[in-house]
Design a protein around this ligand. Structure first.
Ligand code: GLU
Ligand code: MG
Length: 436
């Protein structure tokens, strides 16, 4: 068949979906200069493709500008055309980053970190997902037979990730039914969130080639486990890693300690950005190994922020491996927005010179509200509504974004929730399963 290759200019938007427009590949140079036309109200397209109230109406024009350093081209060699997309920034017509471009929002958060500390952020996203059609095999948590049934898919996905210049780290037949986990190696700054978008999209594209649908929905069935997005973070300075200090509390360097304390302090107010769907809060309940409190854990998978184990024994090698993991995120969130919110919260902690958080060594779900408060913890919001309210009420947090960001985001989420009105929890889960 004749064909003219195209490139899809992609943005990961407020709904956490990857949207954009395609152009003929031979126009690349022109498009990198001028971009593709984009409309402000697109930011109000919810994950269900309804349109929320928009202050922009039918007015305004923007440019979706592909970034040649984020060019993904994957030939599955199965007779279908190669997949080609480029992660893109949204600019105003005078070439400035638009206040709702999630990639630019992350870039601003990373510059804040750099200006404050001189550190660059390294991050790796761990993604859990499930196959919608399921398999014929039951009870395959970490099972060899479960792995074997999907190893064809997994090897194709890993090859696709490699073609996209990412380094696959691992593929796991996870604990939940038809649940898998894929992780790629850490990348620096915006590239880490680019890698998260690329991983999700290539997993979906690969699954389709195996006549499956991969869903990254936060939770499919409330009687089972959820699909988390765990974000591993470490800091790099000009002279090497800055995350670890042998003399610090549990090995946390002063930078990491204050950053972690800031993330914990502001966690209840950023949750609406990192776990932004109605059903995200079905996942964020105790004993699901997700996150229900704003606590720091050491080798504790119930903690929302975790100091990860290292296998090295030499100080330099420990410093290179040492990282912290944010567990209260899911794939309903744009990875750019999740990471931006976490980095801003961490920077806030650094500016406020917060002390190293204590590490929890008990099951916080056994404490009542008063005991929790006394120990300095909060139960994270249990509904999206509550999470949005805490975000909107926190002037420090809303102040990290464009002055219009909070009101637009709230309207967006209100329309998303309105779409689900009248449905029970199982129906809401089914709706999200279809879109993520
Ligand atoms: N599925 C869990 C979550 O929703 C995570 C399990 C794990 O520790 O990998 O975050
Ligand atoms: Mg996992």
């Amino acid at each position: 068949m004749i064909r003219k290759p195209m490139i899809f200019a992609a943005t990961s938007d407020l709904s956490g979906k990857t949207r954009g427009k395609a152009f003929p590949a031979d126009q690349l140079n022109k498009r990198c200069e001028r971009g593709m036309g984009w409309v402000p109200t697109n930011v109000q397209i919810t994950c269900f493709d309804t349109i929320a109230d928009s202050p922009f109406g039918s007015f305004g024009d923007l440019a979706l500008v592909p970034d040649q350093s984020a060019d993904v081209s994957v030939d599955f060699e199965d007779g279908t055309p190669p997949e080609r997309f480029m992660l893109s920034d949204i600019h105003t017509l005078d070439g400035k980053p638009w206040g709702f471009c999630t990639r630019s929002i992350l870039r601003a958060a990373l510059s804040r970190l750099k200006d404050l500390t001189g550190a660059r952020l390294l991050a790796a996203f761990e993604h859990e997902f499930q196959f919608a059609a399921g398999s014929t095999l039951l009870h395959q948590g970490f099972g060899l037979q479960g792995h074997a049934e999907y190893s064809g898919f997994a090897e194709t996905l890993l090859a696709a990730l490699e073609q996209a210049s990412l380094t696959p780290d691992s593929f796991i037949c996870e604990y939940g039914p038809d649940q898998f986990e894929v992780t790629v190696a850490p990348e620096e700054g915006v590239k880490a969130a680019d890698a998260a978008v690329i991983t999700r999209e290539l997993a979906r594209m690969t699954a389709r080639r195996f006549e499956q649908t991969a869903t990254f929905t936060p939770i499919r069935d409330v009687s089972s486990v959820g699909n988390g997005v765990h974000i591993h973070m470490s800091f790099m300075g000009d002279n090497g890693p800055l995350t670890y200090d042998a003399a610090g509390s549990h090995g946390l360097s002063p930078l990491t300690a204050s950053f972690a304390a800031g993330v914990l302090k502001y966690m209840d107010s950023i949750l609406a950005l990192t776990a932004p769907s109605v059903i995200s809060y079905e996942r964020l309940t105790p004993h699901r190994w997700s996150a229900a409190y704003n606590n720091l854990g050491l080798q504790d998978r119930e903690a929302s922020l975790r100091i990860c184990p290292v296998t090295a024994t030499e100080p330099d090698a420990i410093a290179r491996q040492f990282n912290i993991e944010y567990r209260a995120a899911d794939a309903a969130a744009s990875p750019y927005l999740s990471l931006a919110a976490i980095v801003h919260a961490g920077c806030q902690g650094i500016e406020e010179e917060l002390a190293a958080p204590q590490v929890t060594e008990e099951d916080l779900s056994l404490l009542n509200a008063e005991e929790l408060g006394r120990k300095g913890f909060v139960r994270l919001p249990a509904t999206l509504e509550d999470a949005l309210e805490r975000f909107a009420r926190n002037d420090i947090v809303t102040g990290w974004f464009d002055p219009e960001f909070a009101s637009v985001y709230l309207a967006h989420k209100k329309a998303e929730a309105a779409f689900l009105e009248g449905r029970d929890t199982a129906q809401k889960c089914a709706a999200y399963e279809d879109v993520y």
